[in-house]
Design a protein around this ligand. Sequence first.
Ligand code: 5RP
Ligand code: MG
Length: 217
Amino acid sequence: MIPKLQVALDNLSLKDALKSLKEYGNIIDVIEVGTILHVSEGLEPIRFLRILYPEKIILADIKGADAGSILAKQCFDAGATWMTAICCADIQTMKSMLKVSKEYEEDKDIQIELYGDWTFERAKIWKEAGLKQVVYHRSRDAELSGKDWSDEDLIKIKKLCDMDFKVTVTGGLKVENLKLFKNLPIYCFIAGRGIREAKNPKQMAMNFKEEIKKYWK
Ligand code: 5RP
Ligand code: MG
């Protein structure tokens, strides 16, 4: 399967996010309302984008840690297709989100955001609980301190794919990074700054798409 392309709108305002998105909104597969934008504007961007892009997958990257049912209801009522839970959340929180997702249309889903000290033992528990998606991150802060993609990342990503998770990869991705993952069945690539802050964001979104097509059939 060809990996999807998601753009993370980690803008400080909805106005800015919309200005950026209108350039490449029709090219990408998944629109993410980033954690930063959620902190600025709550769930309003989800409501707005659902009206503007009725057919798109829209992700609410709230990195939910507790109160799973309430958060899930809030995100899905606003129009999100997917929402995120942070990996250190209690399994009951994740199960509650999943349970709520099943009360909506079939496409609703939960992504677990992998940060810090998660383990494969925990990943097994997520799998057994019915969670299907994980997001493998290189954190912004790790990246800023100079951490590049490594073999260790690729081994962990492969292990998650082998466990049959749909694995999304993100964290300061640039178009030239994609080939690193070419032997892996990546579900989705998320780029934020790499597309939003490009000189020509529309062209850059197309470059990401082209690069994906080069390595995945
Ligand atoms: C960070 C995030 C970002 O949305 C994600 O990493 C994509 O942004 P960028 O490509 O700018 O790193 O969730 O926690
Ligand atoms: Mg994000």
